[in-house]
Design a protein around this ligand. Structure first.
Ligand SMILES: NC(=O)c1ccc[n+]([C@@H]2O[C@H](COP(=O)([O-])OP(=O)(O)OC[C@H]3O[C@@H](n4cnc5c(N)ncnc54)[C@H](O)[C@@H]3O)[C@@H](O)[C@H]2O)c1
Ligand SMILES: O=C(O)[C@H](O)COP(=O)(O)O
Length: 530
């Protein structure tokens, strides 16, 4: 049974598939302090959070069984990603589920700002019928600057067009073509801050975006401009903003997010008449909360069940167009890694991977992680190593990873070879996917073979002499080890050769020792590929 802890308020409907899964137990415990979380996290395989729970390095350390932290939302600033990566804990988010909701909130804030709705409401409900103080402005024919044209920024731009606004956009990844398609004028940050009547920010908070709108930017803005932040506190310098409003440069601001949340009681935004605020409500709709909870629950289930998953934040994403190409190679890659680790003696120094054929043309980094996982699992234990931390574990152990690519592959459409150099020796294994047959090991050192990489194998190196196959068969048979399949590879008649046997159950150590004492037989190793 997998145990999942939900530690923030997450939609019940959204996590229904987790609750109903027969192999999962879900506990809901919200509002825990760090110490309270540390005290209980050890019994859980997965943790589901929004932005309140701080998933610190200490929490991860206490989460001995933790495989995945699922964020029902976009931002993962409350999760220590480095600590997760080092511990092999997968962090996933739900990047798409709250896009429209947050875009609509940004728009609601912009309109509330333009028409003083919160201030007018307060006055009206407090008994004052004041129609003079709240003269607003139209959005029509105004210029909107969008900083960050990702999912939310792009949706905001689309809606702004319907309001008759001119849109200027900046994003390091925004191309001329995409800007044109969205009806956005591709601009620099400087052009936007000088030219916009409204600015809305939709970037993550990074060292680069921290205070990207600060004193210097406010000083060149159009007097009377307005600014909205429904992204992350800190993208706009809060104190510089208050100054810019008080100096008459900025006419008003609408903020859903703060540099520190919740803000201190004396935060200047909370009493400023020209600043309207909401308590980080951007993603808070029924629809978005269901969407993100469904998305994250689905992926958490996949991860717990060791199935392919998407939206990992602490490992490079696999582009959608490569999923189908790479996915079938992951199992093969891991098995090749495991095979070579089990067949090569000594401390690992270098893993050299070569991709030949069509595979050489795609980003094979995810596959490399699986291969390295296969190698390291043999030495460090499969519980310790996964695709999130395999490269990190190799690095901190000074294992050199070399990747080579060649677009040509002589005998196969694709060939993956993994060579392992240890202090003692070096061996190579090569594999491919045969259409209609599945994964195959097709090369062991310099010998061509055809072996299905699964089950219990015995790898024997010997001299190619008549009678050797019979002697191996007899010896195994007399020790009650049944041979299911056998492959022999040699280069020259009478020269060095290898034998790969699939046996129904493992060959005990004393049987392997007896094999190596046979004349002409050099080594015999058991290789288990589950
Ligand atoms: N208020 C809320 O409740 C709420 C809800 C959802 C998302 N968010 C936040 O909104 C932000 C945007 O979310 P998204 O889903 O659109 O993310 P996204 O990743 O799709 O878009 C972010 C964009 O910012 C761009 N960017 C990065 N650095 C930049 C820079 N220096 N200048 C300009 N652009 C830059 C990126 O290239 C990317 O395209 C995130 O910070 C997210 O956490 C807030
Ligand atoms: O990053 C996000 O998805 C938003 O900031 C929403 O955060 P929340 O789930 O805590 O509302």
């Amino acid at each position: 049974m997998y145990k999942v802890l939900v530690s923030d308020p997450i939609s019940d409907l959204g996590i229904q598939q987790l609750v109903e899964a027969t192999d999962v137990i879900v506990d809901k415990k919200t509002g825990l302090s760090e110490d309270e979380l540390i005290a209980i996290i050890g019994e859980y395989d997965a943790l589901l959070v929004r932005s309140q729970t701080r998933v610190t390095a200490k929490v991860m350390e206490a989460g001995k069984a933790l495989k995945v932290v699922g964020r029902a939302g976009v931002g993962v600033d409350n999760i220590d990603l480095d600590a997760a990566t080092q511990r092999g804990i997968i962090v996933i988010n739900a990047p798409d589920g709250n896009t429209i909701t947050t875009c609509e909130h940004a728009f609601a804030m912009m309109m509330a700002l333009a028409r003083h709705i919160p201030q007018a409401y307060m006055k009206t409900v407090n008994g004052t019928w004041d129609r003079k103080s709240f003269l607003g402005v139209e959005l029509r024919a105004k210029t909107l600057g969008v900083l960050g044209m990702g999912r939310i920024g792009s949706e905001v731009a689309k809606r702004a067009k319907a309001f008759g606004m001119t849109i200027m956009g900046f994003d390091p990844f925004l191309t001329e073509e995409r800007a044109e398609k969205l009806g956005v004028k591709l601009s620099t940050v400087d052009e936007i801050v000088r030219g916009a009547d409204f600015i809305t920010v939709h970037t993550p908070l990074t060292p680069e975006t921290r205070h990207m709108i600060g004193k210097a930017q406010f000083s060149v803005m159009k007097p009377g401009m307005r600014i909205v932040n429904c992204a992350r506190g800190g993208v706009v310098d809060e104190l510089a903003l208050v100054e810019a409003i008080d100096e008459g440069i900025v006419a008003g601001a609408a903020f859903d997010v703060f540099e520190v949340e919740p803000p201190a009681a004396d935060h200047p935004f909370l009493t400023h008449p020209k600043i309207i605020v909401t308590p980080h409500l951007g993603a808070s709709t029924v629809e978005a909360q269901e969407n993100v909870a469904i998305d994250v629950s689905e992926q958490v289930l996949h991860i717990l069940r060791d199935e392919p998953f998407v939206n990992a934040v602490n490992m490079p994403p696999i582009p959608a167009n490569l999923q189908n190409t790479l996915q079938p190679y992951f199992t093969l890659g891991e098995k090749l890694g495991s095979f070579i680790a089990q067949s090569t003696e000594g401390g690992v120094q270098e893993i050299s991977i070569s991709y030949s054929g069509e595979l050489a043309d795609v980003d094979t980094q995810p596959l490399t992680r699986y291969i390295v996982r296969g190698v390291l699992s043999h030495h460090l234990g499969s519980e310790q190593v996964n695709v999130v931390n395999s490269m990190h574990l190799a690095k901190i152990r000074d294992v050199n990873i070399v990747v080579k690519k060649s677009l040509t592959s002589k005998d196969f459409t694709n060939l993956v070879t993994v060579s392992l150099r240890t202090k003692k020796e070096e061996h190579v294994v090569g594999g491919t996917l045969l259409t209609g047959y599945g994964p195959r090991i097709v090369q062991i050192d310099n010998y061509p073979v055809d072996v299905t990489p699964e089950g219990n194998l015995v790898l024997i190196s010997h001299t190619d002499k008549p009678g050797i196959i019979g002697r191996v068969g007899t010896l195994l048979g007399s020790n009650d080890v049944n041979i299911a399949t056998m492959q022999v590879g040699r280069q020259l008649e009478g020269g060095s050769a290898i034998m790969v046997l699939r046996v129904d159950k493992g060959a005990p150590k004393d049987v392997l020792d007896q094999l190596t004492s046979l004349p002409e037989l050099k080594t015999a190793k058991e290789i288990i590929l589950n």
